[in-house]
Write a protein that binds this ligand. Sequence first.
Ligand SMILES: [Zn+2]
Length: 184
Amino acid sequence: MNKLKLFLTLTFFTSILLYIAASKTINLKNTSLNQNKNLITKTMNPYYSNTDKKKLVLPDSVWKKVLPIEVYEVSRHAETERPFTGKYWNTNEKGTYYCAACGNELFKSDAKFSSSCGWPSFFEQSNKESIVYKTDKTYGMERIEAICGRCDGHLGHLFDDGPAPTNKRYCMNSIVLDFIADKK
Ligand SMILES: [Zn+2]
């Protein structure tokens, strides 16, 4: 009888552990690329779209539910990722960059330049609606905050020391960017 109890208890806890492991995998894999359309879908985030331009106004509680915590902290609370740690600071593949929170198109890879600052840097946004600005006076500095034109999520900052022709430098956080490579 005791052996049976032990067996049942072990089975119960093993199932719980397997369930936790499985949900973690699902969570990490909630992003998938539709290769025919070259568009991303996110199963946990119904607001995400690479084609819908409609402005998104959602309460913080909804963002907290649909975004992975690292994306949420940067996008909704203007956290900054550590330099030289992000996925895209040192890449030069051809394609398009989108907001990782809502899917809005932000940059073409042609506008990316290699900057030594440790964050992905661009000299021009995809179109006028891609990115909007706000004055940021935190940390005793006055900087221009770059915000997603569709979801108002924080992306990074805009500086005036970029290369020609725009002389702009959009200093972005990799974690709030999604990249889709051009079809070969
Ligand atoms: Zn967005």
